[in-house]
Write a protein that binds this ligand. Structure first.
Ligand code: ZN
Length: 64
């Protein structure tokens, strides 16, 4: 998937979002999404689900 799910712009395929959207997320959410543990896939699912519900990027919260 090479389109940013939040804004549709081209993004780095290795990243969840384009850099502009990534930095629109809250710092706590970004920190959680960096963590690579058994919950990483679950956090990504929460992120994309929140985007689909049109929750503003700055308000998205994922599992800590
Ligand atoms: Zn974007």
């Amino acid at each position: 998937m090479n389109d940013c799910p939040a804004c549709g712009r081209v993004k780095n395929p290795a990243h969840y979002l384009c850099s502009r959207c990534w930095y629109s997320l809250g710092p706590t959410t970004r920190k959680s999404l960096w963590r690579k543990d058994s919950l990483a896939a679950e956090r990504l699912r929460e992120l994309y689900q929140a985007i689909q519900r049109d929750i503003p990027l700055a308000d998205i919260k994922v599992t800590p």
